[in-house]
Design a protein around this ligand. Structure first.
Ligand code: SF4
Ligand code: SF4
Length: 436
């Protein structure tokens, strides 16, 4: 079986540029929902003094993550703000004092076994930093360590423009190695595969050097073929194993972890400083000086664009993430979140949607879908609100990679329709469960 994909322009303009750390902005806006699962619950109130790393919101439930202040300063207010998925969520606004004083209670966690390791990862606030935002600790929870056969380190970074993981590989190689050692020690995994696309020669050299000096680590250089970094695609291309329909990586013995997430975990174990800042690629045709910027979580798009020299023209579209899977930001006041790896500002020409025409039944969308779904049929079922057909067409498996829309000669908005179809199917399945 061959998993399909598409060739997209790489535009890795910033790969050679070491990230620039910016001064803390005047105010950070920190959403309580920066992860998959329940939003965190604020534990601070207006007027409270906080420092860098102070807990400001605790996890609410099992699938959730704590949130820490990314600046030192004072809580200005807690307000409901529209975030990237269009929903309003509580956000903590903190006025920075510009000093970035670390919280004095921060110390490295005491880790001596699997449980204390899982607790540490949970308390670090770590979520999938490659964009997924899934609370990291959940991947490590098990009653039986023998289920973990191998770890795949996701270093594919297959979206155009984004180079923040590339910079992790070049600048934080030592942390990646320490992260591997930690997973060996606490999860008992012996086999590690670093999956990386062949368009990153310097990073490949670094990872091969790391592998040569670390037992059990190999580097799998993969063709630059989007979406190489999709979890199921990467597992297949690194191991030949197919995750069963509706299954999880663990069903084939795999843990998939983003390379920057792994580096962060190692750094947290050493310092105890939770997840409070991000390296973000700032690029797009409207950006004057594309670069990677290290900024406190909650920094707005406007502050990041300013750090990249401002804009050549008024951005017609602002994106969280790359052009394939990125989500439109409501405005330049939108804040970067834990799982933001890029801020893309598109000029008018780049953002202009192509003219949509009728489907010509060419089959390209099916042929290029990595999961071999049928977006053309899905669109028809959506149009007639046929939830049963959507279920049969397995639209719930769609990973929203956008290959179908990209390749469609009629420029049909297929991925957008799939997203809406998934909602229709979810409602149908929920009402079936409730016996309606
Ligand atoms: S968006 Fe969904 S249907 Fe379209 S190519 Fe990706 S996985 Fe397939
Ligand atoms: S790629 Fe576009 S035109 Fe071709 S079958 Fe799919 S929806 Fe129709």
């Amino acid at each position: 079986m061959k998993l399909h994909g598409i060739h997209v322009p790489h535009r890795k303009n910033t790969a050679q540029l070491p990230p620039v750390r910016i001064a803390p902005p005047k105010t950070v806006v920190i959403p309580m929902s920066m992860h998959i699962g329940r939003p965190a619950k604020p534990v601070v109130k207006r007027g409270d003094e906080v420092k860098v790393g102070t807990l400001i919101a605790q996890a609410d439930g099992y699938i959730s993550a704590p949130i820490h202040s990314s600046v030192s300063g004072k809580v200005q207010k807690i307000d409901e703000i529209t975030i990237m998925n269009g929903s309003k969520v509580p956000c903590i606004l903190i006025d920075s004092d510009g000093l970035q004083t670390p919280d004095e209670n921060i110390t490295p966690p005491e880790v001596h076994d699997l449980d204390s390791f899982i607790d540490a990862v949970k308390n670090s606030g770590s979520v999938g930093l490659g964009g997924a935002g899934f609370p990291t600790f959940v991947k490590f929870v098990t009653k039986d360590l023998s289920v973990f056969k191998y770890v795949i380190i996701n270093a594919a970074e297959c979206e155009p423009y984004i180079t923040s993981d590339t910079r992790t590989m070049l600048d934080r190689t030592d942390s990646i190695k320490k992260g591997i050692e930690a997973l060996k020690k606490y999860l008992g995994v012996k086999t590690f595969i670093i999956g990386i696309e062949d368009n990153k020669p310097e990073a490949i050299a670094k990872m091969k050097e790391l592998a040569a000096n670390t037992d059990g680590v190999s580097v799998k250089v993969l063709p630059a073929m989007y979406p190489q970094g999709g979890e199921k695609v990467l597992i297949y291309n690194c191991t030949g194993k197919i995750v069963p329909k509706g299954g999880l990586p663990l069903d084939v013995g795999a843990i998939v972890i983003n390379v920057t997430t792994l580096a962060f975990i190692a750094e947290y174990l050493e310092t105890g400083m939770p997840l409070v800042e991000k390296c973000v690629t700032v690029d797009g045709s409207a950006v004057k000086e594309p670069k990677n910027v290290i900024a406190p979580i909650g920094t707005t798009f406007a502050d990041l664009l300013e750090a990249a020299g401002g804009c050549k023209e008024d951005p017609a579209k602002l994106l969280y993430g790359g052009p394939m899977m990125g989500i439109t930001a409501p405005s330049a006041d939108s804040p970067i979140m834990k799982n933001t790896n890029a801020v893309i500002a598109m000029g008018k020409k780049e953002a202009k949607p192509p003219r949509t025409t009728a489907c010509i039944n060419c089959g390209s969308c099916i042929n290029h879908c990595p999961l071999r779904l049928d977006p053309r049929e899905i669109a028809l079922a959506y149009k007639t609100n046929d939830a049963e057909a959507l279920e049969k067409l397995c639209v719930d498996l769609c990973m929203e990679c956008g290959c179908c829309s990209y390749i469609c000669p009629a420029h049909r908005p297929l991925v957008q329709t799939n997203k809406l179809s998934k909602l229709v199917l979810r409602q149908y399945q929920n009402s079936k469960k409730e016996g309606k």
